[in-house]
Design a protein around this ligand. Structure first.
Ligand code: B12
Length: 421
């Protein structure tokens, strides 16, 4: 703790900022870091490579817990990716996050292999092949099999691992930026980091001018999405946007308002999903996914300890609110249902209550790094392979969170609409 205060003091002295502000910022970063560490124990499903990456990029560590988590990734996540590869699925995003997580722990990537068909090949060879497939798919249908966010993650993972990214692969991303196919803030940020990494590696020499044009376009887009309150895009994209701006060489001062907006959100408990914390914490500590490239894992801090916390039992509220659920299928047919739920329930809890009422409403979900993703409603699946999903909105406004995080705080109409993207 003493060293923490000394570091904070020195930082404050160097930047001319009041010492109190710096200390409270560092305390906030530590508390987010502890929440991430706690999530390792409570998280259901697969170990999360994005959480691991953020823990490893942090200034503070609990090395024993991080190494235990690394082992879980190497077993459970590895097996999950292996079975997707055996089924010829495109898992470029997950494969990339796994690569970044391993690399952030300075793990020798050449020792990690997967088997497809009869052959066993390294993780990086599989990633390169998946990127080739994505590139071919884009050439043929103008879209990746997954999305440009995952395509960019693939470029980042190869590039920070010291692999020369195939010129055609990076060129495809440059063209996508040029043709306005990279638009939402998260994807712009990811593409910015990817192309910056390619630029820094010096491997894209023949199209240097096009690369620079794409990078400035991305930077302009990010800055144009900056709101008066400092957010870039929304609360959940600001972290990546800051990471990207820092990676692209913006001075920290240029990102100060956005970092403050993230800290305000964190103090207001906006980031209760571990995935959200994992995307903002590196930005607050002035790191980006590109920091992984130079990570050496030497003389790391090992002071992060989790104090036991008293379990908080949250009793369901006595106040009930009525939720109307509207289902709009792909044919446009609409059905209305209604259910009473305790105020403060999650949308998932509300849907579960509605399902057990036996009024004809059913749903199913798939797990993802962000938690449960609503995939089937009344027997109709919104398939990602058909570019469809169940879009969520409340009283006409799109939800900013998924079914587990969105809380019902009053009577409202929730619409689940099978939508094309
Ligand atoms: C691409 C994308 C989508 C695509 C995914 C399909 C595709 N193949 O392209 C589509 C359009 C379907 C989508 C839908 C939604 N999305 Co979205 N999406 C993203 C984005 C840009 C990248 C996700 C990705 O590929 N990750 C990489 C892979 C490796 O991780 P993954 O977990 O395996 O990825 C899968 C899941 O993340 C899932 N998914 C995508 N979005 C969401 C949102 C939630 C809440 C959940 C549980 C799962 C999920 O689809 C991914 C591809 O299979 C992220 C940005 C980000 N910062 O993470 C936003 C993001 C995750 N989405 C977000 C939101 C809010 C939604 C919706 C709830 C919007 C709505 N109002 O309906 C819906 C989900 C509704 C549902 N049915 O449950 C928010 C989540 C914020 C939060 N705190 O929960 C993010 C962070 C964007 C943002 N900055 O606001 N999304």
């Amino acid at each position: 703790m003493l060293s923490l205060v000394i570091v904070a003091g020195l930082l404050a002295f160097a930047s001319g900022k009041p010492c109190k502000t710096q200390t409270s910022n560092i305390e906030l970063h530590m508390s987010l870091n502890k929440n991430l560490l706690r999530s390792l124990e409570t998280q259901e499903g697969l170990p999360n490579p994005s959480v691991h990456l953020a823990l490893r990029l942090s200034n503070f560590h609990n090395l024993a817990k991080e190494s235990e988590h690394l082992n879980k990734l190497k077993n459970d996540l590895h097996n999950d990716i292996q079975s997707s590869l055996s089924n010829s699925q495109s898992v470029v995003g997950l494969l990339s996050l796994y690569t970044l997580a391993l690399k952030s722990s300075c793990y020798d990537l050449n020792t990690i292999t997967f088997t497809a068909g009869e052959r066993s090949e390294t993780l990086l060879t599989h990633l390169k092949k998946q990127m080739e497939q994505e590139k071919e798919h884009i050439a043929f249908s103008h879209r990746p099999l997954t999305n440009f966010y995952q395509y960019s993650l693939g470029v980042i993972a190869l590039c920070v691992s010291g692999i020369r990214v195939n010129h055609h692969v990076s060129n495809t991303l440059i063209k996508a930026v040029e043709h306005e196919q990279v638009n939402d803030t998260d994807t712009c940020a990811m593409a910015g980091m990817a192309l910056q990494c390619v630029k820094d590696a010096g491997s894209h020499v023949h199209n240097a001018a096009e690369l620079d044009t794409a990078l400035s376009k991305i930077k302009q887009k990010l800055l144009a999405s900056r709101r008066n309150d400092g957010h870039i895009g929304n609360e959940f994209s600001t972290g990546f946007a800051v990471q990207a701006l820092l990676a692209m060489g913006s001075p920290v001062a240029e990102c100060a308002a956005s970092m403050e907006a993230i800290r305000t959100d964190a103090r207001n408990n906006k980031y209760h999903n571990a995935m959200a914390i994992s995307q903002v914490l590196p930005a607050l500590q002035q790191k980006s996914y590109l920091t992984v490239k130079s990570k050496e894992c030497l003389n790391e801090d090992d002071t992060l300890v989790l104090e036991p916390i008293d379990p908080v039992v949250v009793l369901p509220s006595q106040t009930k609110v009525t939720v109307t659920v509207e289902v709009v299928t792909s044919s446009g047919a609409a059905a209305l249902y209604s259910v009473e739920v305790p105020k403060g329930s999650s949308l998932l809890e509300a849907l579960e209550l509605l399902k057990i009422k036996n009024v004809g409403f059913t749903f199913d979900k798939e797990s993802s790094l962000w938690g449960p993703f609503l995939s089937v409603v009344n027997g109709e699946q919104a398939r990602q392979s058909d570019r469809r999903y169940w879009h969520l909105s409340s009283d006409g406004t799109a939800l900013g969170e998924g079914i587990i995080d969105f809380k019902i705080d009053g009577a409202q109409k929730i619409t689940l609409k099978n939508t094309i993207y």
